[in-house]
Design a protein around this ligand. Structure first.
Ligand SMILES: N[C@@H](CCC(=O)N[C@@H](CS)C(=O)NCC(=O)O)C(=O)O
Ligand SMILES: [Fe+2]
Length: 432
């Protein structure tokens, strides 16, 4: 039976017979991985008989069945983990060895150690047709949305257009409506830059998404809905934020059922941007309603994690909670290591250029609020730091607009719109 070495630790082979398993052991292999479902044909021994024989011969045995057409990234990661954790050398098989080879090669490309062209050549030189692995990788590349960030210097906010290169459909995330509190003036400079980008590229806006009701700027969701006709959405717990602030603003007419948005997303709900799958993670802690949008391989985490040199978001707004924020962050970090993380703010430490993209792996490795930090340590450091932070200068301006989905207050009889502020309603005065 031909056994072909494909890395220092891993070899592949076609289906071994029961007798072959002992021969594999005798030639030094310590682990056998079976990538074949049971009962594909009548002569394969099947996982039960194979497992028994492998164990009898002192080999570790792992069963990760896949079919060529339905391999998932989860299968690839499970295969990588099995090889990494196994005692080597390892031999993996399916019917011909082709599927085992595909699992290995796809993992190499996903981790950036090989290109798709190299995969094809690697297979050819070893007598395998790797067209299905190459096709898998091309499909996967199409699952990688294009992400354009727009930085607003005035509020250090990052707004996004996330698009599907195949269908040209896109979502806008966390757009900012400009506001100068000294002049009481609003403008649509940021939102219009987003609209220009969209029209230059012939994108079709499907969604206008907010990650949470922002406390430091107005949302431009309403304005952009009027311009594009796209649907607006936010996390369903926004109703709790509405109830909380309805009391603070003493605002009996405020509807607290989330009816200001076209859709309220629950934890785990899925939707699509063109052909790309998106899902919603409930990520409270910074606010009661915060969500993360995971779109293809990109997670829009807004005010949970900042760049790895900038720590995490504060948890001391009304409805905030450092321990709950910690748990939300752990859920984000449970995404695959190569997930792209797009933050909602960058406060430019030491005046460096604004940056907003990292990965789960970067965050785990170098965010000082997370790397080698326990839950208790995080809660302590977050609480201590939050005591030193003044309230955002626009919190009272912003919430009354953002709990209405970015609608400015209705004009009064003279045609002018007015904001309303409670006095002595918030903690955190400059002298407190
Ligand atoms: N100086 C800013 C502060 C804004 C602020 O508090 N940002 C929140 C996110 S909405 C935060 O988490 N800040 C973390 C920090 O400042 O360390 C303002 O007044 O707008
Ligand atoms: Fe925020």
């Amino acid at each position: 039976m031909p056994v072909i070495a494909i890395s220092e630790k891993l070899s592949i082979s076609p289906q071994p017979s029961i007798e072959d398993i002992r021969l594999l052991r005798d030639s030094g292999f310590r682990t056998l991985i079976n990538n074949r479902s049971d009962r594909e044909d009548s002569i394969q021994p099947g996982t039960r008989a194979q497992g028994q024989e492998a164990r009898r011969c002192g080999l570790s045995y792992t069963f990760i069945p896949v079919t060529a057409d339905t391999i998932t990234e989860g299968d690839v990661r499970a295969f990588q983990r099995a090889v990494a954790e196994a005692e080597g050398p390892v031999v993996a098989h399916c019917q011909t060895g082709g599927r085992s080879l595909s699992l290995y090669l796809i993992g190499e490309v996903l981790d950036g150690r090989m290109s798709v062209g190299e995969v094809v050549e690697f297979g050819r030189s070893r007598g395998f047709d790797t067209a299905s692995a190459a096709a898998w990788l091309e499909r996967h590349a199409a699952r990688r949305p294009q992400v354009k960030g727009f930085f607003d210097k005035r509020t250090w906010s990052v707004q996004y257009v996330v698009s599907d290169p195949v269908t040209r459909k896109c979502a806008i995330i966390d757009p900012v409506l400009d506001f100068d509190e000294k002049a009481g003036a609003t403008a649509t400079i940021n939102a219009d830059a987003i609209l220009d980008y969209i029209s230059d590229r012939d994108l079709i806006v499907e969604w206008i998404l907010d990650t949470h009701p922002h406390a430091d700027h107005f949302s431009a969701a309403r304005y952009l809905k009027e311009k594009t006709g796209a649907r607006t959405a936010i996390g369903e717990r926004v109703v709790d934020v509405q109830k909380l602030w309805k009391g603070i603003y003493n605002w009996p007419d405020l509807a607290t059922d989330g009816s200001q948005w076209d859709r309220l997303f629950a934890h785990g709900e899925t939707f699509k941007i063109g052909s790309i799958d998106a899902k919603v993670l409930f990520s409270p802690g910074h606010t009661l309603a915060s969500v993360t949008y995971v779109i293809g391989d990109a997670a829009f985490v807004h005010d949970t994690l900042f760049m790895p040199d900038s720590g995490t978001a504060r948890a001391d707004f009304p409805g905030g909670d450092a321990r709950i924020l910690w748990r939300s962050i752990q859920d984000i970090l449970a995404q695959p290591d190569d997930t792209r993380i797009f933050t909602g703010h960058d406060y430019q430490p030491d005046g460096r250029e604004p940056r907003w993209e990292s990965t789960v792996a970067d965050q785990k490795k170098s965010n000082p609020h997370l790397a080698d930090v326990t839950e208790e340590e995080f809660v302590a450091l977050r609480t201590k730091r939050d005591k030193t932070l003044p309230m955002p200068k626009l919190i009272l301006h912003a919430l009354q607009v953002n709990i209405c989905g970015g609608r400015l207050p209705e004009p009064e009889a003279n045609g002018k719109r007015y904001l309303k502020f409670p006095l002595n309603a918030l903690q955190g005065a400059a002298w407190a």
